[in-house]
Design a binder for this molecule. Structure first.
Ligand SMILES: C[S@@+](CC[C@H](N)C(=O)[O-])C[C@H]1O[C@@H](n2cnc3c(N)ncnc32)[C@H](O)[C@@H]1O
Length: 237
């Protein structure tokens, strides 16, 4: 995973499409796949926010939010669309969405410290109409329903690093996503651990691929690759 400063935190997608022979290979377990890691990380960020008002890390940088907002404009997502930010972290994306004019926003995260931080960040911007809830997306059953757009920036990456049964965890994510989205609703994912081909494979059943959003390319040793993949899917019946 890559942060705003370009440093990596568990980002493991450096392969080219030709190398993606294993479309669903699991990564080794990592602390980034544990709740304890995120509780500790957001507790630290919360303390810094309370001290000096710094909102903390924006995963994949500001441009990752701009790219999605641009797509939402082009796709004419209405301002009252129900939008869910899965694993909202510090809520920075919710702030951008609200400032862009979206009025029906919810962020969820399984870390209580993240939820407190996101609420504080929104309040500091006077954005009191945005709902932030402490919810484990993998265990939310019927709680989340009827969303027009579900956004994931780095959360499926983190979930994929879960040290427990990764295959089952990934399958539960897909199930929870299908249940949260309306038919024809959009899923917008930004990932640094999975390539386009791997994401197409993972979200092949019950979803239709809509488009890939352009992300920065790098060249190394004569090969070209992307550090981040951003894809849009649509939920089928
Ligand atoms: C890489 S961070 C990304 C945070 C935020 N989306 C962003 O772009 O800044 C991954 C987030 O996913 C959250 N997360 C991981 N597993 C989760 C789960 N099962 N349910 C809800 N949130 C989860 C973590 O607490 C963390 O906030």
């Amino acid at each position: 995973m890559e942060d705003a400063t370009g440093s990596t935190h568990g980002c493991q997608n450096t392969s080219t499409p030709e190398e993606d022979m294993g479309l669903d290979d699991d990564f080794g377990p990592s602390e980034l796949g544990t709740k304890k890691y995120w509780d500790d990380a957001y507790q630290r960020e919360l303390e810094v926010f309370k001290d000096i008002g710094d909102v903390g890390e924006i995963w994949f940088g500001e441009e990752s939010m701009g790219r999605m907002l641009q797509w939402m404009d082009k796709a004419k997502i209405p301002e009252n669309a129900a939008i869910l930010d899965i694993g909202t972290g510090n809520g920075a994306f919710l702030v951008e969405l609200a400032k862009h004019g979206y009025t029906n926003l919810m962020g969820i995260d399984y870390s209580a410290a993240s939820v407190e931080l996101a609420r504080g960040v929104l309040q500091a911007e006077d954005l009191t109409d945005v709902t932030v809830k402490e919810v484990d997306f993998l265990n939310c059953s019927e709680e989340l329903k009827g969303f027009d757009v579900c956004i994931d920036k780095g959360t499926f990456d983190a979930i994929s690093l879960n040290p427990d049964n990764t295959s089952e965890v990934k399958a539960r994510y897909v199930q929870a996503l299908r249940s949260a989205l309306k038919e024809e609703g959009f899923f917008a994912i930004t990932s640094c651990n999975w390539t386009k081909e791997q994401l197409l494979h993972r979200f092949s059943e019950g979803f239709e691929f809509v488009q890939e959003l352009p992300t920065p390319c790098f060249q190394f040793g004569g090969k070209t690759g992307n550090t981040v993949t951003a894809l849009i899917f649509k939920r089928l019946h």
